[in-house]
Design a protein around this ligand. Structure first.
Ligand code: NDP
Ligand code: 13P
Length: 326
């Protein structure tokens, strides 16, 4: 039997990707932080906390023991973005490729996650997997396509082949930063789209927000070295389209609650699942300021997360001086 695939993170997405890897014919070792998640996967083949209702493959073995990943041929990293550096500290000496599947930018350093991973695990080749992927649909075997990016084109193609299935199609790319920025920024934009929905501002407003949000994503991405075609692909526009209009998105749902009048702090209190956009928004605002990129929608989302009133925040966005569309 060939070496197993490792997965770090027993949330919805880590569990769904473990199911994908098992479906592709691999033995899978899934590291999770919480004992109830490990027990549920090993004993009753279900992650009831994060991915209820999906019967998990017997090829998945959950563990809390880092040494179980020692012989992994590749490791998918799927913890929330702000925990990634701490988690990767446990894998410092690994040399197997790491495939980063989380979406965000590190607070404080403003680093994209692949640079965090490079610092934390210097001997491992780094790749990024990102795209329009609701975990429950992937776990249910519904057709899905993603971007799988690594600087080395051969590595990207090899890793794509490693996890591919007829219903899970990775498209290889060498634009690592582009694949990351789309996923990080769309989470913030999904909150904004949810606010428009919750406040009852209509579908025209949502379409305008998606288009202007994509312009914002593109300006920031280009400033950070992303390629325009990556931002217009699965991991950018594709993921924005998915999460800007569906209550299956935790970010959209958070925004919807804010738009309907519930304070963000109350919605974020005691959450067990992650809405990454809430963490990414202030980091993105800082990174945009550093790069002299104008991101008014991101600034509005930050204001709402900090407790600004919905109507006044939307009025401010709408009363900005008229400008050309670019
Ligand atoms: N859900 C989805 O459809 C998709 C999610 N993503 C991205 O994947 C990442 C993970 O999201 P998702 O799986 O949905 O998360 P969930 O909200 O489903 O689960 C939370 C996860 O965070 C883990 N966690 C919480 N605190 C810590 C910590 N201190 N250290 C390490 N791990 C911690 C939990 O571990 P434990 O199990 O041990 O409690 C659990 O795995 C995010 O960046 C998200 O944007 C990307 C694409 C799709
Ligand atoms: O990233 C996702 C789908 O691609 C999941 O979106 P949410 O985190 O908003 O649920």
């Amino acid at each position: 039997m060939s070496a197993p695939i490792g997965v770090v993170g027993g949330g919805a997405w880590g569990t769904a990707l473990a199911q994908v890897a098992a479906g592709a014919g691999h033995a899978v070792r899934l590291w999770a932080r919480e004992a109830d998640v490990v027990a549920g996967i090993n004993d009753i083949r279900e992650n009831a906390a994060f991915l209820p209702g999906i019967e998990l493959s017997r090829a998945i073995e959950a563990t809390q023991d880092w040494s179980a990943l020692a012989d992994a041929r590749a490791i998918l990293i799927v913890t929330p973005a702000q925990h990634m550096r701490a988690v990767l500290g446990h894998l410092r000496d690994h040399t197997a490729p790491l495939i980063l599947c989380s979406k965000g930018i590190e607070a404080g350093t403003l680093l994209p996650l692949h640079e965090v991973a490079r610092q934390a695990v210097p001997g491992a080749p780094i790749a990024v997997l990102s795209g329009p992927t609701f975990a429950h649909e992937v776990a249910a075997g519904l057709p899905t396509a993603v971007t799988l990016a690594a600087e080395d084109a051969d590595l990207a193609a090899d890793l794509a082949a490693l996890v591919a299935q007829p219903t899970f199609r990775p498209y290889a790319s060498t634009d690592v930063i582009g694949a990351e920025i789309g996923g990080a920024v769309k989470n913030v934009l999904a909150i904004a789209c949810g606010v428009v929905d919750g406040a009852g501002l209509g579908q025209n407003a949502r379409a305008a927000l998606i288009a202007r949000g994509f312009a914002e994503m593109t300006r920031f991405g280009l400033a950070r070295g992303a390629r325009a075609e990556t931002l217009a692909g699965l991991s950018g526009l594709g993921d924005l389209v998915l999460t800007s209009s569906s209550t299956s998105s935790r970010n959209f749902s958070l925004g919807r609650g804010i738009g309907a009048g519930t304070p963000a702090a109350a919605l974020l209190e005691n959450r067990r699942t992650v809405a990454e956009g809430a963490h990414t928004a202030p980091v993105l605002r800082e990174a945009a300021a550093q790069a002299s990129v104008d991101m008014p929608i991101t600034e509005a989302v930050c204001a709402l997360l900090e407790g600004a009133p919905v109507t006044a925040t939307i009025d401010r966005l709408l009363s900005r001086p008229l400008r050309t569309e670019a």
